[in-house]
Structure formats: C-alpha cells, structure tokens
Design a protein around this ligand. Sequence first.
Ligand SMILES: Cc1cc2nc3c(=O)[nH]c(=O)nc-3n(C[C@H](O)[C@H](O)[C@H](O)COP(=O)(O)OP(=O)(O)OC[C@H]3O[C@@H](n4cnc5c(N)ncnc54)[C@H](O)[C@@H]3O)c2cc1C
Length: 402
Amino acid sequence: MNQPAYDVAVIGAGPGGAAAATYLSLAGLKTILLDKAEFPRDKTCGDGLSPRALAVLQDMGLLEKISQVGYTVAQVGLAAPNGDAFREPIPQLKNAPAYATIVPRLTLDNIILERAAAAGAEFRRATVKGIARENGHVLVQANGNGVRAKMAVIATGASTSLLEQTGILKVYPPPAVAARAYFEEMAPIAPAVQFYFEGVPLPGYGWIFPLGERSANVGAGVVRRPGEKNPLSPRTVMEQFMASRPLQPLLQNARQIGPIKGYPLRTDFPTAPTFGEQILLVGESAGLVNPITGEGIDYALESGQMAAAHLVEMFQAGDFSLVQHRRYDQKLRDHFQKLFLFSLRARQLCFNRPTLNWLARPSGPPTRLRRLVINIAMGNQETIDQFSWWQVVKLLLKQTKE
Ligand SMILES: Cc1cc2nc3c(=O)[nH]c(=O)nc-3n(C[C@H](O)[C@H](O)[C@H](O)COP(=O)(O)OP(=O)(O)OC[C@H]3O[C@@H](n4cnc5c(N)ncnc54)[C@H](O)[C@@H]3O)c2cc1C
C-alpha cells in the first residue's frame, strides 16, 4: 500500500493557503503547497490590509517587511451619496496595529509564500483538477500526477471549480463583483482608506486605497442580487465610479497603470460548507470575505492559522473522523458567525442613501456612533461581542430621531 508522501496538501497559495502551510510546517507537519500560478502572481484586489490582517502577519514575523513595502494610513474615510464626508482614526483592535497598510498583491502574496517555504513547506506549480480518496488518504490530482497526503486544505479563493468537482459546494450563491485599477500622478490624496458611496449603485461602494501621496489602488464593487436581470459588469461599475463627481478632480491628470481588472467575491460564510471528507476549507473557499468592506485577506489568514492549528490537533490525536471535521466547522462558526450576521444586517440597514447621508452629515450623529459603525465594518470582534444586534438598531433609531 502506498503511504502518503505528505501529511497535508494545501491547494491555493494565496494568503489563506500560504498561512496554513506556514503554521503546518512550523508545527512539523510535512506540507506541500500547490498553486496553478507561477509566483510572484497578481490577484485582483484592493490591496488593503486591515488591522486583523496585520495582526496575523505580525504573528508570522512579517510585519516589518510588510511596512517596508507597503503604504500605511491611520484613518478611514466615508463619503456619502450626497457628497458629505468624514474621516475617523482606524479603530484600535485588541492585539492589532491601529492602522491599515496597502501592499499590491503581486508583492504581498509572494512574501507570504516565501514565509511558508522558509518554514519548510514545499511549493509546486500545479493546477488541481480533483481530489480522490484512497486507503485513508487523499490523492490530489495535479497536472496528471497524483500527490498523496493524509489531509487536504482547499484555499482556492473565489474560484469554485474544485469545490464543485469535489461535491463540497452544491449551492453557488450570487457573489459580489468588484474591479480595480492602479493610478499614478493623481491629485494629492488623503492619507486614509476611503470608501465612496457616490457614483456607484447601492449596495456597493467605490474605494481609494493610497499607495503613496499621489498613487492609489482605485476600485468599485457591487453586490449581486438573486435573479437580477442585466446586472452591471464590474468594469461598468468601475467606469461609472471613475467618472463620478468626487473622482473626476483626483483622476483628471492621473496616469492609469495597467488595465481595469474585475473578479468575484464570496461573502456567503454563514451558509457555506467548511469541510469535505479529509478536506478543510480556508479563506474565500469558505465564503470568508467581509460583507461590508469586501476585505478577505484578514479572514483568509486567520482561517489558515485556525485550520493549521486544528490539523495539528488531529495529527496529534491520530483522529481524522468526521467528528473532528465538524469541530473545525464549529471553531470557524464560533469565531466568525456573529461577525458575519452583524455585517450582513449592518449592510442591509446602512447601505442606503438616507442612512449614509445622515452618517456623514456635518451636524450628523455623535462621533461615538460613527465609530461604532466603523468598528462593525472593520470587524472589531470586541465591539461585536459587546453588543447584541438589537442594541445596535435601538441606538441607531434613537440617534436618528434626535
Ligand atoms: C476587486 C477586489 C478587491 C478586493 N479588495 C480587498 C482588499 O482591499 N482587502 C482585502 O482584505 N480583501 C480584498 N478583496 C478580497 C481578497 O482579494 C480575497 O478575499 C483574498 O484574496 C482571499 O484569499 P484566499 O487565500 O482565500 O484566496 P486567493 O487569494 O484568491 O488565492 C487563491 C489561490 O488559489 C489558486 N488556485 C485556484 N484554483 C486552483 C486550482 N484548481 N489548483 C491550484 N491552484 C488554484 C489561485 O491561483 C490563487 O493563487 C478584494 C477582492 C476583489 C475581487
């Protein structure tokens, strides 16, 4: 009988897969990391690293390097549909830096992959077409060759073909879609991650994530509705945003670097599967993208770390039963479910013209309420643990009446 050559095969070397491979290797498990792309590779993204993402990168020993290659800002801005705008400091989350860093994914993902390799993970370029089971291990079908491992991790992002092929994903939820482009020589931009609700269809938003004083990742995204007829393409949403009133003066003399690129986002974690037989799902494969901000690097890194810790426990106990798979699901639910339900409800409640205009009105809500909304949007677990959703609604209703 063929013994598996690896303890774990991780499929997808984005932040989720590379973080999982790093922690698995550090714990002494023999790990192979497979990706269809040659690295360094780009990933269509806003490139924004939230405090939660930075906290995991710090734990991986990468914060200094990230600060050297990225652009750091300490403020978050919101511009309402009517043009009113405000900026607030990025909230201080427990054990996380109180700032955001913007790093192009071409650079970021390669740094994390190098970290995984330094920890001992083997990287192989291969497109995985399927995963079969054989004598208690998995056979990962990659470019005609099989890779044998005891367990697999799927971290293939918003691409669902492998999840469909393995039968793990049966219901494909309508994703959000977003597009971005890089600009240089813009008019001077504020040192903040900025969200715009003017010039984009709601519930959606545009963003400027600065990469310097006059350069930025500029993008726009929109949520798809079930059964929507003639939905706007991400490119159209982006072009409308670029032509919008607040963007025009900033982009007037700017130089676009490279094409506009669009990609889907999966934010369906509350109903998404998180495992299959001898397979754990990580990051966007498990629908782990913030439904308000569209940020998913942070949850990919966190779930990569959690999957690795859980696999280490499974190997230590020699227990690969379904019960153990369900425990992983439970850990993810304990960690993320309330956050997602809060975010989805906050999106329904706040992503409309009157509420956004009211939030940004100069004589609008007290600062603490704006900060509450920002804390929820940025996934501050402490805020979310502190309140029930009903308390948040009561607070909002009370303030709108005052
Ligand atoms: C336009 C846009 C803007 C965004 N902006 C932000 C932002 O500013 N901040 C933020 O935090 N998040 C943002 N996101 C979300 C973020 O990009 C993703 O949530 C994040 O990349 C998910 O990480 P991951 O590791 O799960 O998957 P990914 O980063 O998507 O990595 C998946 C990897 O799997 C590989 N792969 C796929 N299929 C196979 C296969 N069959 N075989 C082998 N390899 C395979 C791919 O090549 C890829 O390298 C944005 C998304 C979009 C679309």
